[in-house]
Write a protein that binds this ligand. Structure first.
Ligand code: ATP
Length: 320
């Protein structure tokens, strides 16, 4: 093993830069040459590949986004694109690849593995929706960003005695809504992983208001329905004068938290250790507070991400 490359793919997440830095610095520490690939799989296929030296990853640990840029490149789902990518890596004499991204990016890494190219996946997405890890790089920052907004919205909600529906990201996963909902004291949390009954939601809100509660907050995961649709359906059960806030892309950016930086640093360095041991075809993660590596094909085929549903029950019991 002499040369490795790194790419970031899919939605950007805070801590991706810290992960690139960790992979690069650890590899350099071990005497390897490191290459950066711009724009994810699109850049891989196009040969947008360049040498990284130690200074290139300096002053990056605290930055959001990814300095290697990211891209959506659906063509990489085709065999032709995958083989072209491997051809480019071979042209640069690169022995292994580290992919930092979400579920889709992991599928790209899995295909490279199936073609026999040593690839390791690092979980980088705010959604926390990847199997094989309890937490992804970027999730902690995202929930703290959401929480800051929830606290601000609560000030307004209290001042005007209003109900706010806050729509948060997560695609098909409810993790952001669950964690930020519990931390923000949301009256109810609506996620794809748990059915809800609008009459019951309305009753919770009414009970709170009858007790003299001045604010009501519903945390809604985007995978269930839009905030506007939810507000319309809620209105069928009473006059809540609900306002909708869609947090959108603010959840993606910003300075990574200490937790995300430390997780990125640990996972990045571990990926290099594995490659030095001659191990590819893996995805790394954190499970029960331990850094782990799993077979990427097996993980994607047989494992499924499950949010911590004890948070849902907890919120029903202690909020509202
Ligand atoms: P996030 O969940 O944070 O948006 P992601 O990695 O899941 O991140 P996607 O857009 O789903 O984001 O995937 C990123 C890229 O991975 C795609 O643009 C494509 O290049 C590649 N990819 C996705 N699915 C596959 C697949 N089935 N096979 C090969 N490559 C894939």
């Amino acid at each position: 093993m002499k040369r490795i490359a790194i790419l970031t793919s899919g939605g950007d997440a805070p801590g991706m830069n810290a992960a690139i830095r960790a992979v690069a610095r650890k590899a350099m520490y071990e005497g390897l040459e490191v290459y950066g690939i711009n724009y994810g799989y699109a850049g891989l296929v196009a040969g947008d590949i360049h040498r990284l030296d130690i200074a290139d990853v300096g002053d990056k640990i605290q930055r959001g986004g990814t300095f290697l840029y990211s891209a959506r490149y659906p063509e990489f789902a085709q065999r032709e694109g995958q083989l072209k990518g491997i051809e480019q890596l071979k042209k640069f004499n690169i022995d292994a690849l580290v992919v930092i991204g979400g579920d889709g990016s992991y599928h790209g890494a899995m295909r490279l593995t199936e073609h026999g190219y040593p690839t390791i996946g690092l979980p980088g997405t705010i959604d926390n929706d990847i199997p094989g890890t309890d937490f992804t790089i970027g999730f902690d920052t995202a929930i703290n960003t959401v929480l800051e907004s929830v606290d601000r919205i609560r000030d307004t909600a209290t001042s005007h005695t209003r109900t706010f529906i806050i729509e948060v990201m997560g695609r098909g996963a409810g993790d952001i809504a669950l964690w930020a909902g519990v931390a923000g004291g949301a009256d109810d949390i609506i996620i794809p992983e748990h059915d809800f009954d609008m009459a019951h939601v309305a009753k919770r809100l009414k009970d709170g208001q009858e007790r003299g509660k001045k604010h009501s907050i519903i945390m809604l995961a985007e995978g269930v329905m839009s905030g506007d649709e939810f507000a319309k359906k809620l209105a069928e059960h009473g006059d809540f004068d609900a306002r909708v806030t869609v947090l959108g892309h603010v959840q993606r950016g910003g300075t990574p938290t200490a937790r995300d930086r430390v997780l990125a640093s640990k996972l990045g360095a571990y990926a290099v250790d594995l490659l030095l041991e001659g191990k590819g075809g893996l995805c790394v993660g954190i499970k029960d507070n331990k850094i782990v590596a799993n077979d990427i094909i097996e993980t994607l085929e047989n494992d499924k991400h499950h949010p911590d549903m004890s948070l849902y029950q907890l919120n029903q019991e202690i909020s509202n």
